[in-house]
Write a protein that binds this ligand. Structure first.
Ligand code: FE2
Length: 323
């Protein structure tokens, strides 16, 4: 099977590199051909992810969630559970392939690195388009290094402070999953237990501070987490945090987004800088139209993703990997 780089109209170029890299087959391969190709080229695929941040595989015969799970397996990515993530999700193929986020379709999901609010986020996130939405529903992506550069240009003092002191996130989790909220994941499914003591043990291990509230709700304050990271592989500084996401998006009946993120020294974040950075992300992102069978590989250390609102049914599945 021959695989070549192709172009899509939504693609952008940063420092001479296509974003995302789009790969397509030259002929009509079988799923087996593609799986074999991935197994053989797994090193090259990781290098391309480091180079471009994201790869869109288009027009390969990936026709089911099970086939998508096989794709992730063929690349020998190490699967990882969604412990500590904020969104409610359902398992589709075991614990490996999940619905990307069960939150209401009318609400956008802001740019984020997957699970940036936990100490050990996944190295990769993969998406699969099982059913594109009729209207909207893209998964816009943006290079985090580019976001960092824009953030620093907007407010160098605040950018450097945030880099120095890190951030903390505050979130009230419900007792049961709340599908009406993008951050409605219950403490039970967040910590994969019904037992408070077990949840407390897991929070302690993460350095999270907690308080049990009325109605079996749980308020969590994370340990101080770095907001800006330097990627060890390429030396790039990245906007590796959920500051914009939390500040603009963590809203529901339990949560006030302006209280959802604080600097590591407990001072408030700079609203103007956060909102201007959110606008810069929109300018520099790539928002392509999903096509059934598309698979998007994202290097979660280098690229942030988001979700547009949509109409009608849509099924985009996700999988995360430690390495
Ligand atoms: Fe996500």
């Amino acid at each position: 099977m021959q695989v070549r780089a192709t172009e899509i109209s939504e693609q952008k170029t940063f420092e001479g590199k296509a974003f995302p890299l789009v790969l397509t087959p030259d002929n009509q391969p079988s799923l087996e051909d593609f799986l074999n190709w991935l197994a053989k080229n797994k090193g090259q695929v990781r290098e391309q992810l480091l180079e471009h941040g994201a790869i869109l595989f288009r027009d390969f015969p990936i026709e089911s969630p099970e086939a998508f799970a096989q794709v992730v397996d063929a690349g020998e990515f190490e699967p990882m559970p969604y412990l500590g993530g904020a969104a409610p999700r359902d398992g589709v193929v075991g614990k490996k392939v999940l619905t990307s986020n069960n939150s209401p379709s009318s609400e956008p999901i802001p740019f984020h690195h997957e699970m940036a609010q936990v100490p050990n986020p996944p190295s990769y996130i993969f998406f699969y388009c099982d059913l594109p939405a009729e209207e909207g529903g893209a998964t816009p992506i943006v290079l985090s290094q580019q976001v960092y550069n824009r953030f620093h240009a907007i407010d160098a003092d605040f950018a450097e402070k945030l880099e120095d002191v890190g951030v903390k996130y505050v979130r009230v989790m419900p007792s049961e999953d709340d599908p009406s909220s993008a951050i409605g994941r219950s403490w039970r499914s967040t910590f994969l237990t019904d037992n408070r003591a077990e949840a407390e043990e897991k929070m302690q291990a993460l350095g999270t501070i907690w308080e049990w509230l009325d109605g079996d709700n749980l308020r969590t304050t994370t340990a101080v987490i770095p907001a800006i990271r330097t990627d060890a592989r390429n030396g790039q500084k990245t906007f590796f945090n959920s500051v914009v996401a939390a500040y603009t998006g963590w809203v529901d009946e339990r949560n006030d987004p302006t209280q959802a993120v604080r600097c590591g020294d407990d001072s408030p974040v700079d609203e103007e800088a956060v909102l201007a950075t959110a606008a810069a992300m929109k300018e520099d992102c790539v928002s392509f139209k999903w096509k059934k069978g598309d698979v998007l590989f994202i290097d979660n250390a280098l690229v942030m993703h988001s979700r547009q609102p949509f109409d009608g049914p849509r099924r985009i599945l996700a999988s995360i990997a430690r390495s």
